[in-house]
Design a protein around this ligand. Structure first.
Ligand code: 9MG
Length: 300
């Protein structure tokens, strides 16, 4: 893809191999290997279906496949570590063999270690590496690390989320977690921050954070945004979870425009198409740019 003017916004980052040459927001595709994931209803629970689904998403243009073996939807209960490993490891190994850039979505240090040893390029932790041993599990690897904000735990987070100043509190949390990783010797370029849409947040909290994306990007780390098919989009559109593709694509584009470097999505093909249109039609791109340069006497 061509370089987007003004892109990337944040400092260069090293999310495994995928991002080294990023000239546009990266598309991270969601593959849940859980019997109860909120939007694909466990359809990809079987190993072979999960691999097939992931390969299709890569063909659709995904830069990264984010594999998760434990649901983080509101109300979800933790799964034992052995069960999570049984779910994710065969799929991860198969995708790594195919040269796919794999992200492991987990908050368990044991799963982080196993996944990184098997070739995962990214560890996506909705708990921001707060579990004892989590930082140590990834410190000596080269994996990219996504640190997400969450108030509470998936089991309790949507009961009564409260903030005095959601942007200030989320920013302070993310800064503190990034500092904790850097103090353990982890290079800043490996870190990506995520405000955690829907994780202990009402629609108003999500809206305020979304509008503050440029301020969050100004923290100096790349931002990952995940709003795909989430309840906030259902609240805004009145649509059921399987009917939120257009809403998800609109939100992803707006996030990209506001500084997101990685978009975590279910609908890869649609998001990639939308990004291509945005890249080619936004002010400052294509022929109109040449025309403007010519009018200024700068071009031929
Ligand atoms: C696992 N997971 C579910 N939603 C997410 C989000 O918004 N961001 C990240 N990083 N992970 C998520």
């Amino acid at each position: 893809m061509q370089q987007v003017k003004g892109w990337p916004r944040a400092t260069p980052f090293a999310l495994g191999g995928a991002a080294a040459s990023a000239s546009r927001p990266l598309v991270m595709a969601i593959v849940n290997i859980t019997p109860n994931s909120f939007s694909d209803g466990g359809r990809f629970f079987e190993t072979s279906s999960a691999i097939e689904h992931a390969m299709r998403l890569r063909e659709d243009g995904a830069d990264i496949i984010d594999l998760g073996g434990e649901s983080t939807r509101p109300g979800a209960e933790p799964v034992p570590v052995d069960e999570e490993l049984d779910r994710v490891m065969p799929v991860l190994a198969a995708l790594v063999r195919e040269g796919v850039c794999v992200s492991i979505d987990t908050l368990k240090p044991e799963v982080m270690r196993a996944a990184v040893a098997a070739g995962a390029a990214i560890v996506n932790d909705v708990n921001a590496f707060r579990a004892p041993g989590a930082i140590e599990a990834v410190a000596d690897s080269a994996a990219g690390l996504c640190l997400m904000h969450m108030q509470g735990t998936p089991a309790t987070m949507q009961k009564a989320p409260h903030y005095d100043d959601v942007v200030a509190e989320v920013s302070a949390f993310l800064r503190e977690r990034a500092a904790a990783l850097e103090a353990a010797g982890i290079a800043r370029s490996r870190i990506v921050l995520d405000p955690g849409f829907g994780f202990g947040k009402t629609l108003e909290h999500n809206r305020t954070l979304f509008q503050a994306l440029p301020r969050l990007a100004a923290l100096g780390y790349p931002l990952l945004v995940g709003v795909s098919r989430k309840r906030m989009l259902g609240e805004l559109t009145g649509r059921a979870v399987d009917d939120r593709v257009a809403a998800s694509v609109a939100a992803a584009l707006l996030a990209a425009q506001n500084g997101a470097s990685v978009l975590r999505v279910h609908d890869v093909r649609e998001t990639v198409d939308a990004l291509k249109v945005w890249m080619n039609l936004r002010p400052g791109t294509g022929a109109s740019r040449q025309g403007a340069r010519r009018a200024q006497g700068k071009g031929r």
